[in-house]
Design a protein around this ligand. Structure first.
Ligand SMILES: Nc1nc2c(c(=O)[nH]1)N[C@H]1C(S)=C(S)[C@@H](COP(=O)(O)O)O[C@H]1N2
Ligand SMILES: [Mo]
Length: 368
């Protein structure tokens, strides 16, 4: 008689991905949900400890090229009209480029495989339009950019130099004044968790994650382009050889799609399975999602496309009846409303940091 199998359910947890416990990826199970639960939402910090901000003394300062410097409590901010919608964002270092990570001393290649596409998430955020806060201060016509100051600071996480640097990023006026650029105080109906910026963070809808400054304490309207460490020394992409401009900023999310069901290691039953995943493109809508179950030789449309909410990802499903048991290479490919399609290979091969990877990802699965 066969022994009774005992199955234990394992609660998914965040996955640490680099030295010093500063980056935690969402486990693959968390990306199967349209809304990623707060406790499984990826965390990307530049220092080990999250600032612990006391609401009683917290003030958001707005100064610089403004008619009047203002200093707001959270209660004052919450009196402004509330905006609430879903936004998907990813770290520009999300998704491994295999040949790069094996060269990296900081990140183990095994961890990269487990991490997959987990340095991203989708949540429902609530807050106020940044434009409404800027209006209270009255932005002068001399304004060129808005700079956002986080409460966290310390030595650079990679080389320790500079010995003291603060997390600060800036936005051009057009994106700062866009009504969907928010200051958020709620995530999935709960107060913003400490790891995600309590009590207030910037949320730059449709743009890569590093723009959305957490633990926001200062907004500085500038009459010049901000050249801080986290603008120029980090999160820039190297342009293609021959381009007279050597680097450019990462701004809106590139068109991209991922497969979330099956999860890595899951055996696909031979009698049929519903593949599922997500597709997104920052400021654009997704116009087409295709699937290949033969390593990219043939492509067809997915069966079900669930329309996105605001800036959230588009979820999709596809019923698959494999020909028989064995190994298959699955691929999904998204196209946006501007006609931009995911490339078959990593688009910035000359840039050794592997940022902004939106290639069509081969996904090996076993059918039995
Ligand atoms: N103050 C501050 N804001 C920050 C960061 C940080 O380290 N400090 N990390 C940035 C990066 S690189 C990313 S990808 C996102 C991650 O947001 P999350 O941790 O809420 O997922 O926050 C951004 N905002
Ligand atoms: Mo990031």
């Amino acid at each position: 008689m066969a022994a009774q199998q005992t199955r234990t359910k394992v609660k998914p947890q965040l996955i640490p991905t680099n030295v010093g416990l500063r980056t935690f990826a969402a486990p693959p199970q968390a990306l199967q949900e349209n809304i990623v639960p707060n406790d499984l939402y990826y965390v990307r910090n530049h220092w080990t400890d999250s600032p612990d901000i006391d609401l009683a003394t917290y003030r958001l300062t707005v100064d610089g090229e403004v008619e009047r410097t203002i200093s707001l409590t959270m209660d004052e901010i919450k009196k402004l009209p509330q905006r609430r919608f879903q936004v998907t964002f990813e770290c520009c270092g999300n998704s491994p480029v295999p040949e790069y990570y094996t060269k990296s001393l900081r990140i183990s290649s095994v961890m990269e495989q487990i991490k997959g596409h987990g340095i991203m998430g989708n949540a429902e955020w609530a807050g106020v339009s940044l434009a409404d806060v800027l209006e209270l201060a009255g932005v002068k016509s001399s304004a060129v950019e808005v700079m956002f100051e986080g409460a966290d600071h310390g030595p650079d996480e990679v080389v320790g130099d500079p010995a003291e640097v603060r997390y600060e990023r800036s936005l051009p006026m057009a994106k700062a004044n866009h009504k969907d650029t928010l200051l958020v105080y709620e995530m999935n109906g709960e107060p913003l968790p400490q790891a995600h910026g309590f009590p207030l963070r910037l949320l730059v809808s449709g743009w890569y994650g590093m723009n959305s400054v957490k633990w926001l304490t200062g907004i500085h309207v500038l009459d010049h382009e901000f050249k801080g460490f986290y603008m120029t020394e980090r999160y820039m992409t190297q342009n293609e050889p021959g381009n007279p401009v050597p680097y450019r900023y990462y701004t809106k999310l590139r068109v991209k799609s991922i497969i979330t069901s099956p999860v890595p290691g899951e055996i696909v039953p031979v009698d049929g399975y519903t593949l599922a995943g997500a597709a997104w493109s920052g400021e654009e809508e997704i116009s087409k999602i295709e699937i290949s179950t033969d390593g990219g030789s043939t492509w067809g449309p997915v069966d079900v496309v669930i329309p996105p909410s605001a800036y959230s990802w588009t979820r999709w499903e596809h019923n698959w009846k494999p020909k028989g048991p064995g190994s298959y290479t699955l691929m999904s490919r998204a196209t946006n409303s501007k006609g931009e399609t995911q490339p078959m290979e990593f688009p910035n091969k000359w840039d050794g940091r592997g940022y902004g990877n939106n290639m069509v990802f081969p996904y090996e699965v076993e059918v039995d």
